[in-house]
Design a protein around this ligand. Sequence first.
Ligand code: UDP
Length: 332
Amino acid sequence: MKILVTGAAGYIGSHTCRLLIESGHQVVGYDNLSRGHHMAFERAAAGSLFVEGDLLDTSLLGQIMRDEAIQAVFHFAAFGLVGESVEHPQLYYHNNVEGSVSLLKAMQQAGISRLVVSSTTAIYGEPETMPISEEMHPAPINPYGQSKWDVECLLQEARDRDGLGFAALRYFNAAGAAADGMLGEDHDPETHLIPIVLQVALGQREKIQIFGNDYPTPDGTCVRDYVHVCDLAAAHLKALNLLEPGTGIQINLGSGVGTSVLEIVEHARRVTGHEIPAEFAARRSGDPPLLVANNSQANSILGWTPEYSGLNSILTSAWQWHRRHPQGYKTS
Ligand code: UDP
């Protein structure tokens, strides 16, 4: 199939482009490069068409869909930082929600009815029971989560109105890097836990600050469900094969295992052999204490089981990427 990938130069987008091509699909990359890296797309999909463009440019999107005879869309292009969304909520509504409206409009005009979209665990807010299943009603507690839930609602409307076939994949904490060390996580500024911990191990930062040690969790630090980026990519392919016009699936993608911030730091010390100094700091606004997936629907509906999401595989692959690319994609 020929697939338009928005956010193709980003972290999860680039890993998915590579897998799509390895699986015999054709890819057209679309990214405004505000946060992505052209090099990531080049490495993932060398020789494929890349268009630098903004999601809000509906006519450019439509033109590419028609000119390239696109059959399905994978939509990764979005901002995804909880802390930033609390400080700048309008950025999130603009880019994530209005951007998706523009994409849906272009798809509808071009007659494309297959769409796989990145969603997030942040739509659930602070659920009272763990693990989180898809039946729990979304109740976001930060603008990032709200923007993604708004997008899912738009998808449901487009399904009912225009016969869209969609899969909204609710990622837990994406982590890790490609096995060959050629693709990985590169954000500027970096705010995610694992890359920051590894930057400390590389000597690029003095210490890791652990945001909050008085949460109602076993060791007082936040618990998250880390899922390998290659497992996420694999789930997108499985979702593509299930897309049916007029139907929508909304599915959690997590490992089903919760890991605390302290456990990540301790495990990273073992993987890297570095001391990784750490200190406790104030809670970060918008952080729920505990987020762990019930991934049984991913298994029963998509036929997906995480293969690489063990902590060791995540940290080892991420460490290989960061060691080889201390300046991210700027490292030649
Ligand atoms: N975290 C931390 N120190 C950091 C960065 C993150 O203690 O320098 C914590 C953060 O508060 C959260 C967890 O690590 O509980 C995962 O944060 P991350 O930003 O990686 O992902 P998020 O869960 O926000 O999507």
